[in-house]
Design a protein around this ligand. Structure first.
Ligand code: ADP
Ligand code: ZN
Length: 644
């Protein structure tokens, strides 16, 4: 069994209990909704008028055209790639309502608010609603008064919900977070398995499944389970050039985090991931005590607290959320400036998904992680103790191995990450290994010393110990535990005086990562592997990565990143801050997250151009017809009352 401390098999979406009532109020505001007349609109026209963007990105145009003409699609695009438009635009162009299946019920209100702000008629049905609100949305659906309807997957299990859908005209089904159908993925949702019936029941309605995370194997599983094997697949480039990837050795995770935040991200919004609930709480307290406003989020908190913390993170500027992996799926806050991992993720897929939550707005962001020997020991232990058969454990082991290889690589991190998703790339110049290439050294002798210590303990003494004792023996430390077991009599005692303790831990960690050493059970005891023998027999060389003395922040590179923000002149930067305050007030008054009003990127452009009239605003990216009508005058007034 898992110890409860780490029992976080997959993120928790359980719905707040009925009698709790809704977390947010249902917005009945008619908005500029009716203004969006979708008749005879081409996709590009919708993009420009509704969303205020000039052109489609990457494969968006192809996907949208395919779905508009009735084709099914499986779409793989990294977080921030622009998946939502792939179903929102076809839903507006095709007659009928786009039905979006999403597991993220806590975010539906925000998604619907964001669409309403664009003048799109959207609603949702989930168990957080009062019956009256639900009936109203249902009535709008059947009357053809909606463009988009968001549904929790479990709704589709009920015959009454299916009967409701039969009564309206459906433009398309969008299956968001489609990797939730993959059975061994950490986001598996049993409700998703039933979604293959959509095709049987509505054979003529196109379906588009979307996910940001899928290796080749997961992709096949999604296609098969959703009955999309014959549909067209669209795979976007997975690179996120504006994210800088860095992985550093862990000494004192809290202190390292604090210094990272203070030097590189003061005042920025970001997510800190920890493995256990306990470390989430401790880290959040530690940051708060050190003047950084941080909120905890994990499955052990009651649903109200979770919802409140998530909502504050989305709405307020510059908050840090400290969370287990229960947090984050579908969070489309565009200005998350950093994602920090204080513990090793279980897989590269998970890591990429979590780090991908940074920088959706395309501006420079950091994915930062600290990692050490204890992480390897702990992750191996979790696998040993996990439920499931041997095949399952082997799979978990492979995932962990790929993650360890990423941590220990001396090559470009981005190249490794992309390779994991089957894509090629060139050394990026915006990751730690590119910016300060780590040195390799010949660790063969050091490896032999470690392995022969483990061998001697096992064979001469029939004993197994963890990394701490092995290190003490190598360093020749006379600890009580060494004396008690008479380990000072071993021939290897003190043979490792040439390296420091931290270096030995680094060696052991890398041997574990390379499969030259194994770790077991609750106490993290070390044993040899089949591969160890070749090293002990001097038949195999061992290359190791030198531990950097102290990793230095790689500020310089941020400016080089393709998507780095245009530096605003000082007056424009002042105006930008003024506009942010204006936005915060407007958002608060309307009860929506700030980014629903305008994204940072849009505000920056407004600040740089300082338009005097509505005509000057309408050319700015992110300002469509509805937003111009809704916020145009107000933002012009805000510009006017800011002294030049
Ligand atoms: P995903 O769901 O793939 O993570 P989103 O759909 O949330 O990504 O899009 C990420 C960001 O990019 C959003 O802020 C969105 O408004 C913006 N975006 C998407 N498509 C375009 C486009 N064609 N032009 C400009 N911005 C876009
Ligand atoms: Zn690189």
């Amino acid at each position: 069994m898992h110890s409860p401390e780490f029992a976080e098999p997959y993120p928790v979406f359980e719905e707040p209990p009925y009698d709790d009532g809704p977390v947010d109020d249902w917005h009945t505001e008619p908005t500029a909704a009716a203004a969006v007349d979708t008749a005879d609109r081409s996709a590009l026209d919708v993009l420009r008028r509704v969303f205020g963007y000039d052109s489609f990105r990457g494969p968006q145009a192809d996907i949208i055209e395919h779905v508009i003409s009735g084709g099914d699609a499986l779409v793989l695009m990294p977080t921030g790639g622009g998946k939502s438009l792939c179903y929102q635009v076809p839903a507006l162009v095709r007659p009928g309502v786009g039905v979006v299946v999403s597991p993220l019920i806590a975010l539906m209100q925000d998604q619907v608010d964001a669409l309403n702000a664009l003048g799109v008629r959207a609603g949702f049905l989930n168990s957080t609603q009062y019956p009256d609100e639900r009936r109203m949305v249902e009535a709008m659906f059947t009357a053809g008064e909606l463009d988009l309807l968001y549904l929790a997957p479990e709704r589709l299990q009920s015959e009454s919900a299916l009967a409701l859908l039969e009564q309206g005209k459906i433009a398309l089904f969008a299956i968001d977070e489609a990797h939730c159908v993959a059975q061994w993925g950490h986001d598996f949702r049993p409700d998703y398995l039933a979604l293959s019936m959509l095709h049987e029941r509505w054979p003529d309605v196109p379906r588009i499944a979307l996910t940001a995370t899928a290796t080749e194997a997961t992709r096949r599983e999604i296609a098969q389970r959703l009955d999309l094997v014959d549909s067209k697949q669209f795979v976007a480039g997975f690179d996120r050039p504006n994210i800088q990837y860095r992985i550093e050795p862990k000494n004192s995770a809290d202190r390292q985090l604090l210094s990272f935040l203070r030097t590189e991200h003061p005042g920025d919004a970001g997510i800190v991931y920890c493995l256990s609930r306990n470390s989430v709480e401790k880290t959040a307290q530690f940051l708060s005590a050190n003047g950084i406003e941080a909120l905890p989020y994990h499955a052990g908190l009651d649903s109200r607290t979770r919802a409140a913390h998530q909502s504050r993170f989305l709405r307020e500027d510059g908050l840090v959320i400290v969370a287990t992996i229960a947090f984050g799926m579908g969070i489309d806050k565009p200005d998350v400036r950093f994602v920090a991992h204080l513990d090793l993720p279980k897989s590269v897929e998970g890591y990429y998904q979590e780090t991908g939550r940074a920088g959706r707005d395309g501006l420079a962001s950091t994915a930062w992680m600290v990692y050490g020997l204890a992480d390897v020991v702990q992750q191996r232990k979790l696998i040993d103790l996990s439920e499931g058969d041997v095949a399952h454990k082997r799979k978990l082991s492979h995932h962990l191995d790929a993650m360890l290889a990423l941590c220990e690589t001396v090559e470009c991190r981005r190249v490794q990450l992309l390779a994991y998703f089957g894509q090629t790339g060139q050394a990026c110049g915006n990751c730690d290994t590119c910016l300060s290439p780590p040195e390799k050294w010949d660790g063969t002798i050091a490896a032999q010393k470690v392995l022969s210590t483990v061998y001697r303990l096992d064979h001469e003494r029939s004993q197994r110990f963890g990394a701490g004792q092995v290190t003490d023996i190598l360093l020749g430390k006379q600890t009580p535990k060494v004396s008690q077991h008479r380990h000072d009599e071993l021939s290897v005692f003190g043979v490792g005086a040439d390296l420091r303790e931290a270096e030995w831990r680094g060696v052991i960690r890398q041997l574990l990562a390379q499969g030259l050493l194994a770790v077991h059970g609750d106490y993290g005891v070390l044993t040899l592997t089949e591969a160890s023998t070749a090293v002990l027999r001097k038949e195999r060389q061992v290359a190791l990565r030198r531990e950097p003395e102290r990793a230095k922040p790689a500020k310089a590179a941020v400016a080089k990143s393709k998507a780095a923000p245009v530096d605003l002149a000082p007056e424009a930067a002042n105006l930008f801050e003024h506009l942010r305050a204006w936005r915060a007030a407007v958002a608060k008054e309307q009860g929506v997250p700030a980014y629903v009003v305008f994204h940072d990127a849009t505000l920056r452009e407004i600040a740089a151009r300082r338009p005097q009239a509505l005509s000057g605003l309408s050319g700015i990216s992110g300002i469509g017809e509805a937003k111009l009508a809704k916020y145009g005058d107000s933002v012009l007034a805000a510009i006017a009352d800011h002294p030049e």
